[in-house]
Design a protein around this ligand. Structure first.
Ligand SMILES: *[C@@H]1O[C@H](CO)[C@@H](O)[C@H](O)[C@H]1NC(C)=O
Ligand SMILES: *[C@@H]1O[C@H](CO)[C@@H](O)[C@H](O)[C@H]1NC(C)=O
Length: 511
């Protein structure tokens, strides 16, 4: 996973990226590596969705296309007396971390809500990728007042280099409840359920209602059950206080839980159109914005996403009272523009958005996604964003987003695609247990915890292609080691791909 602590032999030195200077970049049409390629965005879209099948936990269905994977984690939840099979492994390990899984689900849903019409025959696969997550989230929220937020002891798991099919590590099930709150993970889970309910609204109305009812209070009954959002709001706290040793430093909530409450309310409002959520946002806007950083968006920090999501309504002329969200969204856009006088987002010399902390590609895809959706919202409203001496048109924002996507696909100084299986050169030694160990088919015998170390340390390419996996990516100088121990660069995650699905859909329809 992205903030990983490994204790394998020959362990990785702590990779710390230090930087001092901001690099100023003029907007360039051609990358440092030379001429731009013509990309097959549809092929990349197909692969980006296929990746999720490689991350599946649980009993695999007959239509499973990633054949080197087999059933795994079939007793997940048993120690707690509940069924928590299914869902996704977050990255290159075998833990099911609920916080990033819920964020992944929200972003896959947003990808379909805004760009599903551009997906053609891949739309059905994208919907399946969401359902694999929501079926699990429904299990994790089946008991009112409780949310199961993780399966797998991360220390036990990270101490081994084991195929998911062989797992014999501790599969502890971690939960939050009224006495051990987690408004962050519960708020994100409510957002995921609500966003996915929009995706299923016309495809499977009954399932859609089930998802939405789990997220919001069910009013039809005399006795209202506490649904996930009310639970998140009523019992306030960060899950990293309640479950510190299980979730930190892996998916520790550094940024606080306030943003997930606003984010959850924004998605509940979008999905239910209930006035109570609009009022909730209005009433809590100032309080919950504490510590707002306008240009962050990822599994921990939702601020830029909240501002862009709510701005759509402002731009449609339906919610003038949310004007301040649009002002913040505009501020986010201006902060990302390269070449303005006070850029707040760093770019590598090759033109890639770069933020410190590892797994940089998560920032690239999530920020680019926001640029693209905001560009569409602006286009419909016939607006541009004023940024001091300059301004950002919808066309410029699309261009910036496309530039980032093209970098991922190979328009970069190393002429390397950062998506496994796409293009002529791509990462061969990704930090991923299942991909780097021989498959069950070729090596049916169990490979134990430490027996996997020799595969981890091997200089050979991974035997199983995790097609569509996008890795953490190059460092701030556009250099990429293609080495398994360098997990910050070579590990894929579900939340790198989820926003990329929407980006690739759009550019496959508008190359
Ligand atoms: C609410 O309804 C459920 C299901 O019918 C029932 O089990 C529960 O005891 C009720 N709770 C209250 C507080 O009445
Ligand atoms: C980037 O990676 C290259 C090659 O691995 C290395 O030589 C360089 O020091 C790294 N730069 C930074 C700033 O980490």
């Amino acid at each position: 996973m992205a903030r990983n602590i490994h204790s394998l032999p020959g362990n990785v030195p702590a990779l710390r990226v230090l930087f001092v200077a901001f690099i100023f970049l003029p907007l360039r049409l051609v990358t440092a590596g030379g001429q731009q390629q013509q990309h097959n965005y549809f092929a990349a879209l197909h692969k980006s969705i296929l990746f999720f099948e490689g991350q599946r936990s649980g009993r695999l269905p007959p239509d499973q296309r990633v054949q080197w994977r087999r059933d795994s984690g079939l007793h997940d939840g048993a120690t707690a007396g509940v069924d928590l099979t299914g869902g996704y492994y977050d990255a290159g390990d075998n833990v099911k971390f609920g916080f990033p899984m819920a964020f992944t689900t929200t972003m896959l849903s947003w990808s379909i809500i805004d760009f599903g019409r551009n997906m053609g025959p891949e739309l059905k696969n994208a919907v399946k990728a969401i359902k694999w997550a929501t079926d699990y989230l429904l299990k994790a929220t089946a008991v009112p007042g409780v949310v199961y937020v993780q399966v797998g002891d991360p220390y036990s798991d990270h101490n081994c280099w084991e195929r998911p099919e062989d797992m014999d590590t501790l599969r502890t099930a971690y939960k939050i409840d009224a006495h051990h709150p987690g408004s962050d993970v519960a708020g994100e889970t409510a957002a995921a359920l609500a966003a996915a309910s929009i995706v299923f609204r016309s495809r499977d109305p009954q399932y859609s209602r089930l998802l939405l009812n789990r997220a919001v209070k069910v009013r039809r009954y005399y006795n209202t059950t506490v649904a996930v959002f009310e639970f998140a709001d009523k019992y306030r706290g960060a899950y990293s206080n309640s479950l510190y040793h299980a979730v930190c430093p892996f998916y520790c909530d550094v940024n606080g839980y306030q943003d997930e409450l606003l984010w959850g309310a924004a998605w509940l409002h979008k999905a239910s159109r209930r006035r109570e959520y609009r009022e909730y946002i209005f009433k809590n806007e100032v309080v919950l914005r504490a510590g707002d950083t306008i240009n962050e968006f990822g599994w921990d920090n939702k601020h830029a996403g909240i501002n862009v999501l709510i701005s759509k309504e402002v731009l449609m002329g339906k919610a003038d009272y949310f004007e301040s969200f649009k002002q913040n969204a505009d501020g986010f856009i201006c902060s990302v523009l390269p070449g303005v006088s006070h850029p707040q987002v760093q770019y590598s010399p090759g033109g890639l958005i770069f933020k410190a902390g590892g797994s940089n590609m998560q920032h690239v895809t999530s920020l680019s996604f926001l640029l693209l959706v905001y560009s569409n919202y602006l286009s419909h409203a016939n607006k541009i964003v004023p940024c001091g001496e300059t301004s950002a048109s919808p066309a410029l924002l699309k261009h910036l987003a496309k530039h980032q996507v093209d970098y991922i696909l190979g328009d970069n100084p190393l002429r390397m695609s950062y998506m496994v299986g796409y293009g002529a050169r791509y990462p061969q030694r990704i930090h991923h247990r299942g991909s780097s160990l021989p498959s069950v088919q070729t090596h049916p015998a169990h490979i134990g915890c430490k027996a996997g170390s020799r595969y981890f340390l091997s200089p050979n390419p991974n035997p199983n292609l995790l097609v569509g996996a996008v890795v953490g990516g190059p460092n701030v100088t556009d250099a990429f080691p293609d080495s398994r121990p360098y997990f910050q660069e070579s590990e894929p995650t579900t939340y790198i791909n989820a926003p990329l699905v929407g980006l690739l859909a759009f550019f496959s329809a508008h190359p």
